[in-house]
Design a protein around this ligand. Structure first.
Ligand SMILES: [Zn+2]
Length: 227
């Protein structure tokens, strides 16, 4: 697997032999050049999910649950899953394979340190910083209180937004730079499910800006059309 064929332009009489990926790319306005660059947009890959769960219902705030509590417990759950996922691919993400933390197109993520300095770093370093930063927040009782009746700090939602942006970038880098390895390991259905859940959760709770999700918008739209 991996990559895509560039189909010869179909003649009228054999239009029935058009692959479903062609049809879907027409629908999405994606040409074959895009598909070559982005194999995750091929129909046979898009249709792979581990569970046919109603992700919208799964993401919605359950009645009677405090919103901050709901955001906190989901942050912890997503952190575990994304951490597990990137560890499975970590041997393929090295300073030589990924000298920058890149996403689709010419997107490059730059780490900003505590003093607001921008650091150009390799993808493994960037995502190491990201995961350590999140781990630190999650274990800080002042930010993510675990005792019942504790109050969440002011600015809690702002921090959650920051964390979800880092989750989103982690998956964007995997789709963009490590999709071949993801396919080879058979992890693509898990990646689609995780990404669908993450983006729906963020949409429902207003956690990501459209400009942040823009590089992956073609995939978000395509996955939304699957169910
Ligand atoms: Zn990488």
């Amino acid at each position: 697997m991996g990559g895509c064929h560039s189909y010869p332009s179909a003649k009228k009489e054999d239009s029935k032999t058009l692959q479903s990926s062609d049809i879907s790319s027409v629908k999405l306005g994606i040409n074959n050049n895009n598909l070559e660059e982005r194999p995750y947009l091929l129909q046979q890959n898009l249709s792979q999910q581990v569970a046919r769960t109603d992700m919208v219902a799964l993401s919605a705030l359950p009645p009677g649950v405090d919103r901050a509590e709901w955001l906190a417990s989901n942050t912890v759950a997503f952190f575990k899953q994304i951490n597990l996922f990137s560890s499975a691919l970590s041997e393929f993400c090295t300073p030589s394979t990924c000298p920058t933390a890149c996403g689709p197109g010419d997107t490059v993520y730059v780490w900003t340190d505590d003093h607001g300095r921008k650091l150009k770093c390799s993808a493994p370093l960037y995502f190491d910083y990201a995961m350590s930063y999140i781990q630190e927040l999650l274990t800080d009782e002042e930010v993510f209180p675990t005792k019942t009746g504790s109050v969440f700090p002011t600015g809690f939602v702002f921090l959650v937004q920051k964390v979800f942006l880092l989750f989103f970038r982690t998956l964007a880098h995997i789709y963009w730079s490590h999709y071949k390895e993801t396919l080879a390991l058979g992890l693509h259905p898990h990646l689609n499910t995780l990404f669908t859940h993450l983006t729906l959760f963020c949409q429902q709770h207003g956690l990501l800006d459209p400009e942040d999700t823009e590089p992956m918008q073609d995939l978000i739209t395509a996955l939304g059309q699957q169910s």
